[in-house]
Write a protein that binds this ligand. Structure first.
Ligand code: HEM
Ligand code: HEM
Ligand SMILES: [Fe+2]
Length: 443
C-alpha cells in the first residue's frame, strides 16, 4: 500500500543531494590544501572547509533519515502523514537554519567544537525543528492502523538523537567537562541511537526486498538493539582515555568499545541471512545491492576499522591522526550514507513510477562510489600509520610529517575523484527520476 503524502520524502532527499555535493566540494578543498595547493586560503581556510565538510555531512544524513521516516512511517502505519504541510514547513526551516550556519562558518561564526560548531542561537532553532518533525511522526503513528516494531525502533532512534543533542548545548567553563559531554552527542549518536535509525530502515528494506516474514526480520532487530546498547553506552569510554577524567575509563572504554563491532556484525549477518532465505525475486536489484552493501561496509568501517584504534594502548598513538579520518570515512559511508542511498534507491521508483531497477548508470554509481571510498580509506590508513609513527614515536613536527606523507594525499584525490564520479551518476539518476506523482503512488 502506498500513500500520497510519502512524496514529502522526495524533497528531503533533494536537500540531501544538494548538501552532499557541497560536502564533497569542501572535501576536495581540504585534500588540495593538504597538498600545498591552498589558493582559497584567504576565503576558505582549512578550518572553515573542515567545518562545512562535517556539518553538511551530518545534515545531509539527517535530512536523508527524515526523508526515510516520512516514507516509511505512513506505509508501515497504514495511514497518510499527519499534516503534510507542516512537514514541508519543517523542511524549509531546516534548510534556512542550514544555510545560515554554513554562511556563518565562512565568517568565523562558529563554536569550534568538532561536529557541534553550530552557534548556540541556531541550536535552539534546530531543536524546535526536530521537535516539530517528531510530533508529525508521532501523530501519524498514533492515528495509524498498525504499530510495527520497525516503526517504533525508527522513531525511538530519531527521538533519542533529538534528546542527545541537548548535552551539546550546555556551556561549561571546564575543557574536561565540555569534552566529556560533547561525546554524549557525537559518540552516542553514531554508536547508539543512529544505529537504531539504521536498524529501523534496514528492517523496512529487508521486509520489502527479501519477502521474509516480518516476525523473523524484526526478531533480529531486537538483537541489534540489545548489542548496541550493551556495548555502545559504556563504549563512550574510548573517548575518555586521555581527556582528564578518571582512569577507570581506560578499562571500561577498552572493554565495552571492543564489543561494539558485534552490533554491526549482527547487522551484516542479519542482512545476508535474510537475503539468503528470501526469494530473490524483487526486481529492484540496485536497492538490494545498496542494502547488503550498507550492512557489510558498516561492519568494515565502524566495526573493523573502529576496533583498530579503540584500545587505550593504540589510541595513545593514533588519537586525532589520519587513522581517525580513515575510520570516520568508512564508518559514515558504510553505515549511514549507504543506508540513505539504499532507501532512496528503493523508494524513488515507487514515488515516480520510473523503474530504474538494474540499469548501467545505477550500477556504475554504486561501484565507482564504493571503489572510490575504499581507495580514499586506504590512503588515509597509510598516511595515518606513518603520521602516528613519525609524530608520536619519533617526535617530528606536524608540518614536517605532512611533507613526508604528501604522496598519500594524491592517492586520496584519486579515490575522491572516483567516488565523486559515482555520486554524480547517482545524482543524475535522482534527477532523471523526475518529481514524485500521485499516479505513481496510486498504482
Ligand atoms: C557507524 C558508526 C561509527 C561512526 C560513523 C564513527 C565515526 C567516527 C568519527 C567521525 C570519529 C572522530 C570523532 C571526533 O574526533 O570528533 C570517530 C572516532 C573514534 N571511533 Fe568511531 N565511528 C563509528 C563506530 C565506531 C566503533 C564501533 C568503534 C570501536 C570499535 C569506534 C572507535 C572509535 C575511536 C576509538 C575513535 C577515537 C579516535 C581518536 O581518538 O582520534 N567507532 N569515529
Ligand atoms: C570528495 C571526497 C572527499 C574528500 C576529498 C575528503 C577529504 C577529507 C579530508 C582531507 C578530511 C580532513 C582530514 C584531516 O586532515 O584530518 C576529511 C575529514 C572528514 N571527512 Fe571527508 N572527504 C571526502 C568525502 C567524505 C565522505 C563521502 C564522507 C562521509 C561519508 C566524509 C567524512 C569525513 C569525516 C567524518 C571527516 C572527519 C574525520 C576525522 O574525524 O578525523 N568525507 N575529509
Ligand atoms: Fe565512539
Amino acid at each position: 500500500m502506498k500513500y500520497k503524502t510519502q512524496k514529502v520524502a522526495y524533497w528531503f532527499w533533494a536537500l540531501s543531494m544538494l548538501l552532499l555535493t557541497i560536502q564533497l566540494t569542501y572535501g576536495f578543498i581540504m585534500g588540495f590544501a593538504r597538498l600545498g595547493y591552498d589558493g582559497l586560503h584567504n576565503v576558505i581556510p582549512f578550518n572553515s572547509a573542515h567545518t562545512v565538510h562535517l556539518n553538511t555531512l551530518v545534515v545531509w544524513l539527517i535530512s536523508g533519515f527524515m526523508g526515510a521516516a516520512y516514507y516509511i512511517i505512513p506505509e508501515e502505519s497504514e495511514t497518510e502523514l499527519w499534516k503534510p504541510k507542516l512537514a514541508y514547513a519543517q523542511l524549509i526551516a531546516l534548510t534556512l537554519v542550514g544555510v545560515a550556519a554554513l554562511a556563518g562558518y565562512h565568517f568565523n561564526i562558529w563554536e569550534g567544537r568538532k561536529f557541534l560548531e553550530i552557534p548556540r542561537e541556531l541550536d535552539w532553532l534546530v531543536a524546535i525543528d526536530v521537535i516539530l518533525f517528531l510530533v508529525i511522526l508521532l501523530m501519524t503513528i498514533l492515528k495509524g492502523r498498525k504499530k510495527s516494531t520497525t516503526v517504533w525502533v525508527l522513531f525511538g532512534g530519531l527521538a533519542g538523537a533529538a534528546v542527545l543533542y541537548l548535552p551539546g548545548m550546555i556551556s561549561f567553563d571546564s575543557q574536561v567537562l565540555d569534552s566529556f559531554f560533547r561525546w554524549w552527542v557525537v559518540h552516542l549518536w553514531v554508536e547508539g541511537v543512529w544505529e537504531l535509525i539504521m536498524g529501523g530502515i534496514l528492517a523496512f528494506l529487508l521486509i520489502k526486498l527479501t519477502g521474509v516474514d516480518r516476525e523473523v526480520i524484526e526478531k533480529w532487530l531486537y538483537v541489534v538493539i540489545g548489542l548496541t546498547f550493551l556495548s555502545g553506552i559504556l563504549g563512550t569510554g574510548h573517548h575518555y582515555y586521555y581527556v582528564g577524567v578518571h582512569k577507570i575509563w581506560l578499562i571500561v572504554g577498552g572493554i565495552f568499545s571492543s564489543l561494539e563491532p558485534l552490533a554491526f556484525l549482527a547487522m551484516t549477518l542479519w542482512a545476508l541471512n535474510m537475503y539468503r532465505k528470501g526469494e530473490k525475486k524483487h526486481p529492484n536489484k540496485l536497492a538490494v545491492t545498496w542494502t547488503l552493501a550498507a550492512a557489510i561496509v558498516a561492519f568494515l568501517g565502524a566495526g573493523v576499522l573502529g576496533l583498530a584504534h579503540t584500545l587505550p594502548q593504540t589510541n595513545l598513538y593514533t588519537h586525532g591522526t589520519l587513522v581517525t579520518a580513515m575510520h570516520g570515512h568508512l564508518a559514515f559511508w558504510g553505515a549511514y550514507a549507504s543506508i540513505v542511498f539504499a532507501m532512496m534507491t528503493y523508494a524513488m521508483p515507487n514515488l515516480t513510477g520510473r523503474k530504474f531497477y538494474d540499469h548501467a548508470r545505477g550500477r556504475m554509481a554504486f561501484w565507482l562510489s564504493n571503489v572510490g571510498i575504499f581507495i580514499m580509506v586506504s590512503a588515509f590508513a597509510a598516511a595515518g600509520v606513518a603520521q602516528a609513527y613519525l609524530e608520536r614515536m619519533l617526535g617530528y613536527d606536524f608540518g614536517q610529517v605532512q611533507n613526508k606523507i604528501q604522496i598519500h594525499f594524491w592517492v586520496l584525490i584519486l579515490g575522491a575523484t572516483i567516488l565523486s564520479t559515482g555520486i554524480i551518476l547517482f545524482i543524475i539518476d535522482f534527477i532523471k527520476y523526475g518529481l514524485p506523482t500521485d499516479e505513481a503512488l496510486e498504482s
